[in-house]
Each structure stands twice: as C-alpha cells, then as structure tokens.
Design a protein around this ligand. Structure first.
Ligand code: NAD
Length: 249
C-alpha cells in the first residue's frame, strides 16, 4: 500500500473493467476507498470487483455507458444508495482507432466525440451534486495525444485536448465549491488500446527507443498519479495536466 490514504472515501471510475481504469480502481481500493466500478462490459466490471473484494475492500459494479446521461443518473443513485456519498470521480473510459483524416468519416468523428468528450461531460454533470457535497475530486484521463496529435487520428486528439480545456474551466468554476479537477495525460501504456495501435513486435521495439526511460508505461504508472491527485496531499493542485509518459513527450 502506498502512502496516500483514501480511507472513508468513495470513488467511481468509468471504464474500470479493464486497462488503466481497472488499475486505478485497484490502487484506490488498496489506498482504502470504496469503489464503484462502472463499464459497458458487465463481465469485465464484475471481474474487477472480484479482484477488489479479494483485497478485502468494498466494490460494486454499475453498468454505465458514459455516452448515455440516463446511465449516469442511475449510477449516481446506485452509488449513493450503496455508500451514501461520492468523493472521487475518475473519467477514464475512452475509445480510439487508427484513421487518417482523409478516410475519417463524420460518423466516426461524432462517435469518438460522443464517447470521449461528451461522455466526460455526462459523467461530471451527472455526478456533480454529490461531488460538491463531499468537496470531492475529479480526475480526467486525457492523453499526451492532446499535445502530440497522435493516438489514432484527429477524432481522438480533438477529444483529448477538449478534456484538458474542460478541466481548466471546471477547476475555475468548481474551485470555490471545494472541488479540485485535474487531468492525467498518459502516453503509450500497455493496454488493449495500445495493442490495437502498436501490435507487439518490431513496431513496439522501435517505440521503446523513443522513450527516454526505456520502457512502455504500465497501468500502475497512471494509477499512482491518479491516486495522488485524488488524495488530500494534492489539496492545492487543480486545473493541471500531469503528463505520465517516461519523458517521451
Ligand atoms: N493505453 C494508452 O496508451 C493510453 C494513452 C493515453 C491515454 N489513454 C486513455 O486512457 C483511458 C483508458 O484507456 P485504456 O488503454 O485503459 O483502454 P482499454 O480499451 O484497455 O479500456 C477501456 C475500458 O473502457 C470501457 N469503455 C469503452 N467505451 C465505454 C463507454 N462508452 N462507457 C463506459 N465504458 C466504456 C471498455 O469496456 C474498457 O473496459 C482512455 O481514456 C484512453 O484515451 C490510454
């Protein structure tokens, strides 16, 4: 267990059945938080909950598509019924695929915006009231792609840059209400998204050469940064974007 203590806190993490979100859920549980795992995949979400309960911590799975505001409202009611409060929201769920701009359709662009950016909006909007009540924390998992223009294409980088802008505005608006809002910007972390973008093999070996710390990031690297931003120790940090990228960017 790390030094940051989330005892007595309740955290809801979107897209936490797999990948980075799941590791954030596990690390927050290890730090003492009660966890609401939310995802579109019930199988993955229930499996993540089992792993958290094996740590001796409380976890519930709530099916929630971040693209659907009704799902967020339902999740809010379930988490408040189960735990009575909500202190931490991590907007992690996101999608991407490789597509050059010439081939990118308006439908593909809209779909990515709807999940990654409008989904972040839906999540924060739907959960804001209990977060304000708890003087809570919001952490948005953006991406270094907001700066580099990588990550699959313009459909993706636009959403990730949008999340950073939204975070800055929310930090200003919610700060006086006691809510801190920050982003973590990962780059090249070992998950299914990365497997799609850089299949294991020579492309991935070449990638490591571009990373000064000479390894691809792990979900735990992002989870550690997220636990910090959700902790009391980050109480005077808001509106920031923390790049976690092995110095690559
Ligand atoms: N892996 C990387 O290298 C990397 C780099 C930069 C940023 N990120 C960001 O990190 C976040 C997590 O990525 P990951 O690599 O863990 O992805 P992943 O594909 O491994 O996991 C994403 C999870 O989100 C869920 N999900 C997908 N669409 C959803 C929706 N509409 N509503 C709710 N849940 C949904 C999936 O079921 C899955 O469990 C994303 O926002 C991604 O943009 C990842």
């Amino acid at each position: 267990m790390g030094q940051f203590d989330l005892t007595e806190k309740t955290a809801l993490i979107t897209g936490s059945g797999k990948g980075i979100g799941r590791e954030i859920a596990l690390k927050m549980a290890a730090a003492g938080a009660r966890i609401a795992v939310t995802d579109i995949s019930e199988e993955a979400g229930e499996d993540a909950c089992r792993e958290i309960r094996n740590l001796g911590r409380e976890a519930i799975f709530i099916p929630m598509n971040i693209g659907n505001p009704d799902d967020v409202e339902t999740a809010r009611n379930i988490v408040l019924n189960a735990f009575g409060r909500l202190d931490i929201v991590v907007c992690n769920a996101g999608i991407t695929f490789r597509r050059g701009f010439a081939d990118l359709t308006a439908e593909e662009f809209d779909k990515t915006i709807k999940v990654n950016l409008t989904g972040t909006f839906n999540t924060i909007k739907g959960l804001l009231e209990p977060l304000i009540e708890a003087k809570g924390r919001i952490v948005v998992i953006s991406s270094a792609s907001a700066y580099t223009g990588t990550g699959g294409g313009a459909h993706y980088s636009a959403t990730k840059a949008g999340q950073i802008g939204m975070t800055r505005t929310l930090a200003k608006e919610l700060g006086p209400l006691g809510v801190n809002v920050n982003c973590v910007a990962p780059r090249t972390i070992v998950t299914e998204i990365l497997d799609h973008l850089y299949p294991p093999g020579s492309a991935r070996d070449a990638l490591i050469e571009q990373i000064p710390l000479r390894r691809i990031g792990l979900p735990a690297d992002i989870a550690n940064a997220t636990v910090y931003l959700a902790s009391d120790e980050a109480g005077y940090v808001s509106g920031q974007t923390l790049l976690v990228d092995g110095a690559r960017t």
